[in-house]
Design a protein around this ligand. Sequence first.
Ligand code: PLP
Length: 442
Amino acid sequence: MELLPDSAPRQPDTLDSLFDDIRQKIIPGVTHWQSPNYFAYYPSNSSTAGFLGEMLSAAFNIVGFSWITSPAATELEVIVLDWFAKMLELPSQFLSTALGGGVIQGTASEAVLVALLAARDRALKKHGKQSLEKLVVYASDQTHSALQKACQIAGIFSENVRVVIADCNKKYAVTPEAVSEALSIDLSSGLIPFFICATVGTTSSSAVDPLPELGQIAKSYDMWFHIDAAYAGSACICPEYRHHLNGVEEADSFNMNAHKWFLTNFDCSLLWVKDRSFLIQSFSTNPEFLKNKASQANSVVDFKDWQIPLGRRFRSLKLWMVLRLYGVDNLQSYIRKHIHLAERFEQLLISDSRFEVVTPRTFSLVCFRLLPPTSDQDNGRKLNYDLMDGVNSSGKIFISHTVLSGKFILRFAVGAPLTEERHVDAAWKLLQEEATMVLGNV
Ligand code: PLP
């Protein structure tokens, strides 16, 4: 904080002096998410194609809330989201040519909030406004905290957010039996189940919830079914991973982040709905100052009615450029390469008996830990924390952690655009050396 003055300059500075500050004061404090040695959280990709799209978007600087405020921005977004839906083989109801359609939100958190608000309003319309206190949301303890935040904002009573414990024997996916059980108890108490959130690629361990079964439950009770595939959705453009989306036919909304593992600079979160009228009913406003012939004639899409803010950026441009300049074949190879590298890391771990792979890998995330000595008081928590802290403090790699079944786990997520085998091997060597060190200190 002390590196910079505490108020803005009265007179303009020079570009040279500004860039000196960027080199000396800003870059040392930047976490390099694009580094090939970045393995923390989930990736957040950029690419030259995405960067160019972002630059053009900044140059046009349109605020495309209604079709008329920049027709090309709205129409390109509709086209690109339809392209993407076809790449993922989403059911045709999610296409703009049917009753559904896709829209770019800022983040997966916004996407689940938008879905939840639409679902809440649909339920209140059916059951009456006074039933808000009875509405129940179902998700697993592995669901991203974005859902909890969405519930807080949507006014869902905190005691009606049902957090079902995922099954450690099912790679930490939730079971339909556990959801049904919670649901039966709620129904017998007079509550109204109205929303299920399933995840394809949970944040802690990339678990995939059983979509077909959860979808059937949602259908039986007329609940909104939302799928959060923020990270793993990208993998489902490959035929060999598409089966993870089986069951999406029953979803009301589906979300994935192109800004995670799809070479598209942050932010770019793709949300599709099966019936866009629910979004429009919840988010539409029509003030005099925004009225125009095209909107009044109902002949165009006004994305302001599919999201929370009014203003919106021209984000489809960067996604369109990524799709066009790479092509689907290259994008599939890109995903496969990362998954192959994660497989390699997993094999390296298996070859060293000091480590354990905690839950089998599904995509490009490996969850592992250093096995503690049997006498260890806290089941390896400090040991693994020290290992993570040691490698991260070296500045050579960056990994993150989670807790599963009370165990402190390390997460190694492959997904930076420039990561190659040599980076994974070097990371492994560093982890082994640090492991020797921390085991020596026990
Ligand atoms: N859902 C999942 C499965 C995630 O892994 C994440 C973030 O990593 C999110 C939601 C939240 O993403 P966002 O930052 O786009 O809101």
